[in-house]
Design a protein around this ligand. Structure first.
Ligand code: ADP
Ligand code: ASP
Ligand code: MG
Length: 407
């Protein structure tokens, strides 16, 4: 008998029928003798609906109140799933994040889990109950409701699995595993049997929303055995593993392709080429809590510099206003903002031992006449910023160029 934490995403609990199907699945695991803690998301579309509702009342919704509002989505599904389980004769008990208590910091809308009290959960499991926990939410030291950022139910699942030292954390979603790239964009994407934590973390950081970044960080840090599976069909899914040696399988150079549509690009042009300029440009952006992604500086013939960087599209207007404010002070020639860019990244631990990945990537893009605007690399990834309209074409051609297409 083992302890399994299962997390079901929005589509998996998107209707009463789907919730019934989840209850059947949970019961099958119970019948096989396992203890189960089940984390659920809100019904699909619900979190978006609540955010839109908030925005219809307050343009920039108050963060504390927004968390009070959006956390209700998960409160609905925990209750419904428990009802479905009880209807089938299985004792079950629902918990909101605060009831568990999943203690977080007080960073509303992007809180981090600090501690989990497992007392009630363990007591319920000992009584043979299935414990159903609301994903995406916690409570701070003052008792305020907090949420963990979009996709945060994955993190609830993994954090509970770590706290309970579960034998496995299973993330059930609407695809049957982690693919070489988003299967909704590339038809020839292939399901991976395994992927390393390091690669999964890089894929998630570069925009693959199949797992929230923090859930992968957590799983790596606490060595939680993590698997991504479909709630709609049976199958082995994808195991996220520490092991880099994929044994019998030849290690591919590139394991996957990730992309991020949320990017916007800003440039401040013609600033003096003197020490301290990059800091003067980027410090106010950081102080405004705007996360900067790719940064590139290039020098013009007249000894001035251009600094270009990308931010989340939601932050573009704010960042542009800050740069406009700096432009006169720094004697800049021009400030430009562009929200029609995307970032495409190739990821793979195999890159460490292989040269020529960049040239293969750039050649494939050149063949399609796709202009590269910015380039950034790390040990196991290469990212390019390109025009948004080329996204699908770029991902598809890179998928083929790196030999990832399904046969
Ligand atoms: P859930 O509601 O279950 O949390 P998400 O929508 O958050 O589901 O994540 C699943 C989606 O992630 C898939 O439907 C798929 O479109 C997308 N996705 C993006 N990149 C990948 C990838 N590399 N492998 C699998 N799915 C991916
Ligand atoms: N319901 C939340 C969201 O839509 C959390 C989650 O589904 O993981 O972001
Ligand atoms: Mg998700």
């Amino acid at each position: 008998m083992s302890l399994i934490v299962q997390k079901y995403g929005g589509t998996s609990v998107g209707s009463p029928e789907r919730i019934q199907a989840v209850a059947d699945k949970v019961i099958a695991f119970r019948k096989a003798g396992h203890d189960l803690v089940v984390v659920v998301s809100a019904m699909s579309g619900e979190t978006n609906r609540l955010i839109a509702l908030a925005k219809s009342i307050q343009t920039q919704p108050d963060a504390r109140e927004l968390d009070v509002l959006v956390s209700t989505g998960e409160q609905v599904t925990i209750a419904l799933l428990c009802m479905a389980l009880k209807e089938r004769g299985q004792d079950a008990r629902s918990y909101t994040g605060g009831q568990v208590k999943i203690l977080t910091d007080d960073a509303f809308t992007k809180a981090r889990i600090q501690d989990i009290d497992d007392k009630n959960i363990r007591a319920d499991l000992a009584l043979g109950r299935v414990v159903v926990v609301a994903g995406f939410q916690g409570v701070d030291e003052q008792g305020n409701i907090t949420t963990l950022g979009r996709g945060g139910s994955d993190t609830t699942g993994v954090a509970l699995a770590a706290a309970l030292k579960a034998d496995e954390c299973q993330i059930y979603t609407d695809v049957d595993g982690v693919y070489t790239t988003d299967p909704r964009v590339v038809e020839k994407a292939r399901r991976l049997d395994r992927i390393t934590f390091e690669e999964m973390l890089e894929m998630a950081s570069q925009g693959s929303k199949v797992l929230q970044i923090r859930s992968v960080e957590f799983a790596g840090k606490y060595q939680v055995p993590l698997r991504v599976l479909s709630s709609f069909q049976d199958g082995p899914g994808t195991l996220i593993t520490i092991d880099e040696d994929l044994s019998s399988m030849e290690q591919p150079v590139v394991s996957g392709i990730a992309f991020n549509r949320d990017e916007a690009k800003l440039s401040i042009r013609g600033i003096p080429d003197v020490p301290g300029m990059a800091s003067r440009v980027l410090a106010p952006i950081g102080e405004a809590n705007i996360e900067v992604d790719v940064i590139v500086q290039n020098m013009a013939a007249d000894n001035t510099n251009d600094i270009t960087f990308t931010v989340h599209r939601n932050d573009m207007a704010k960042a542009k206003a800050l740069l406009d404010g700096l432009a006169t002070e720094l004697g800049a020639r021009q400030v430009v903002a562009d929200d029609s860019v995307v970032k495409v990244s190739v990821v793979g631990v195999g890159m460490r031992s292989h040269a020529g990945v960049a040239s293969t990537m750039f050649k494939a893009l050149a063949k399609e006449n796709i202009n590269i605007q910015l380039i950034t690399t790390s040990e196991i990834k290469i990212s390019v910023v390109i025009e948004e309209k080329y996204l699908e074409l770029a991902v598809r051609s890179l998928h083929t160029a790196f030999g990832l297409d399904a046969k």
